[in-house]
Design a protein. Structure first.
Length: 281
């Protein structure tokens, strides 16, 4: 055996040991890094952290930095901020038996993140099981207490009564903030009938306005005629009083209007104007 062969045979075990040591060191470093990075967590403002140990809920974490046991504990994040649930295609009937389709919006927030995870796992599961059935049921019940017209005109009252009803029947780790019926779609026939009634109302209002204007003009004309008649009657009374108190007034007025010429022709038997001949004078 050559010197080189003996050297290689001597160094082979040592080389393998060195490689093994490096691998072991690498694994230790990786394990430490994994354990280190998995030993802490953060919870954002507006969230709560549900700490699980081997799948079981052990605590609820507030916002900020927290620590957990690596490999054994995990954290689920549940938002407690205000959220909106929208429920489309809610079929119902008004009190006067008009079919309608509603779009209902519910604003809510989680009040107990630990219970949400324990009972429902996710917020959406909670909404699907706890809220959705009640929204459809009570939207139909409350809407059925309103006529079609009043449901549209008193939308605020309709929203308020639906919100009150939902708060009474929904019991769980959430709070109902507000409820709004965003849209009401009636049948095509009903909407056409409403439009026709509105047009008829507009025409009636226009006709009433024109009639009122005509009455106003007639009243004004009547007042003018009355005033003119009263003025003429007053003038006649004044002339009558003047004639009664001044018998010579007609002759005076006639004389004032005379141009000084006698008529060219005289009708036999008529008196000569302004010449009063006394017998024996």
């Amino acid at each position: 055996m050559s010197i080189q062969d003996r050297f290689d045979k001597h160094m082979q075990p040592h080389g393998m040991q060195r490689v093994g040591s490096l691998v072991l060191i690498g694994l230790v470093i990786l394990l430490v890094a994994v354990l280190g990075s998995g030993s802490w967590y953060t919870v954002d403002q507006g969230e709560r952290g549900v700490v699980l140990r081997n799948g079981a809920v052990v605590s609820e974490a507030e916002p900020g930095l927290g620590f957990k046991i690596p490999l054994f504990e995990t954290v689920e994040h549940i938002t407690i901020q205000s959220q909106n649930g929208r429920f489309d295609d809610v079929k119902t009937y008004s009190r006067d038996q008009q079919p309608a389709t509603l779009r209902v919006s519910v604003n809510y927030h989680v009040t107990d993140a630990r219970t949400v995870y324990t009972d429902y796992k996710t917020v959406q599961n909670m909404i699907d099981r706890l809220v959705t059935p009640q929204v459809y049921t009570w939207s139909e019940n409350i809407f059925g207490q309103f006529n079609a017209a009043s449901a549209v005109q008193d939308r605020a009252k309709l929203n308020s009564e639906l919100a009150i009803a939902l708060r009474k029947v929904i019991h769980g780790p959430l709070s109902i903030e507000s409820v709004q019926i965003e849209n009401i779609d009636f049948s095509g026939k009903y909407e056409e009938a409403v439009e026709a009634r509105m047009e008829a109302t507009v025409r009636q209002q226009q006709a009433e306005a024109e009639a009122a204007a005509t009455r106003t003009r007639a009243d004004a004309n009547a007042y003018s005629v009355k005033a003119q008649g009263e003025a003429e009657a007053s003038a006649i009374r004044a002339r009558g009083d003047a004639l009664r108190d001044n018998p010579g007034l007609p002759a005076l007025v006639t004389a004032e209007k005379w141009d000084g010429h006698l008529p060219q022709t005289m009708i036999p038997g008529n008196a000569t104007p302004f010449i009063n001949v006394k017998p024996g004078g």
